[in-house]
Design a protein around this ligand. Structure first.
Ligand SMILES: Nc1ncnc2c1ncn2[C@@H]1O[C@H](COP(=O)(O)OP(=O)(O)O)[C@@H](O)[C@H]1O
Ligand SMILES: [Mg+2]
Length: 261
């Protein structure tokens, strides 16, 4: 093992948008079985980093490794197939499908064919679909969503939608996950199941890059924290270290945020 314990390594990644440096030589590591938080004021470049690492946006410079292999030349679907799975800042789901169907769609990354018209498929395909449904039910039970399995996603309350997003990620059997503000819009009492679901991912040996505004989630989960401001890393350390850091406090206060306090 090495190269950051075979998880994700981001080295000196730079991305600009017409002169604006959204990411300026950003480096960070997400070892397997760790939660690496990425925080910073609005516009700091956090979502851009997730877009670059997941392959949605090309970087102008820098190197990215996943499990010891360079991946920055790979397309987004190729990165997913290697186990690098992201969620989006906006909740996305297939609203008319049920909770269970949404999770099976997450798992279907591992099926060689799509799930359309399963009845016309050979028996071995139907068998795989059945197994991915069982797996989906198991994952839903783990986070306490099994009773909602047949509910259309459009009728799910917001907190459960966020949890469902995580279950879909789990169903893809990821190596490293990139979570863009999984706690956005949640009330304090809705955060607890989300925290335990993310903790469960870590316990399974998944590396978690956690972009989050809710500092209670960061405090509860992060093994290490990287702080971005104007595209640059201004601090790295434990939560207790970075929250005391004067430059970090200044960065947040300067933008009208005092969430680290
Ligand atoms: N597609 C884009 N085109 C132009 N500018 C962008 C684009 N995406 C992000 N930016 C700019 O890059 C900076 C970082 O944005 P972002 O990564 O979304 O920040 P964060 O997620 O930390 O709030 C911001 O100044 C933002 O306006
Ligand atoms: Mg963002």
């Amino acid at each position: 093992m090495s190269i950051a314990a075979q998880g994700l390594v981001v080295e000196q990644v730079t991305r600009d948008f017409g002169g604006l440096k959204a990411l300026d030589q950003v480096s960070l590591e997400v070892p397997l079985g760790h939660v690496q938080a990425l925080i910073g004021p609005n516009g700091a470049g956090k979502s851009t980093l997730i877009n670059v690492v997941s392959g949605f946006l090309p970087a102008q410079a820098g190197r990215i490794w996943l499990q010891g292999e360079r991946i920055e030349h790979l397309t987004a679907p190729e990165r997913v197939r290697r186990g690098l799975v992201r969620t989006f800042q906006d909740v996305r789901g297939f609203g008319r499908l049920t909770v269970l169907e949404n999770v099976v769609l997450g798992a279907h990354l591992h099926l060689p064919h799509g799930l359309s018209q399963p009845l016309t498929k050979p028996r071995w395909v139907r068998e795989m679909v059945r197994r991915s449904q069982e797996e989906a039910e198991r994952l839903l039970a783990e986070v306490g969503l099994l009773e909602d399995r047949d509910v259309p996603v459009s009728r799910l309350p917001f907190g459960k939608l966020r949890l469902l997003g995580l279950v879909r990620v789990m169903a893809a059997r990821p190596t490293v996950v990139l979570l863009d503000e999984p706690g956005a819009g949640l009330h304090a009492q809705e955060a607890a199941p989300l925290i335990s679901a993310i903790d469960r991912l870590r316990q399974r040996g998944v590396g978690v890059l956690l972009v989050e505004h809710h500092m209670s989630l960061v405090e509860a989960l992060a093994d290490r924290v990287t702080v971005l401001n104007f595209g640059q890393v201004i601090a790295v350390g434990t939560w207790d270290e970075v929250r005391q850091n004067p430059e970090v406090r200044k960065a947040y206060l300067g933008r009208g945020h005092a969430e680290t306090g």
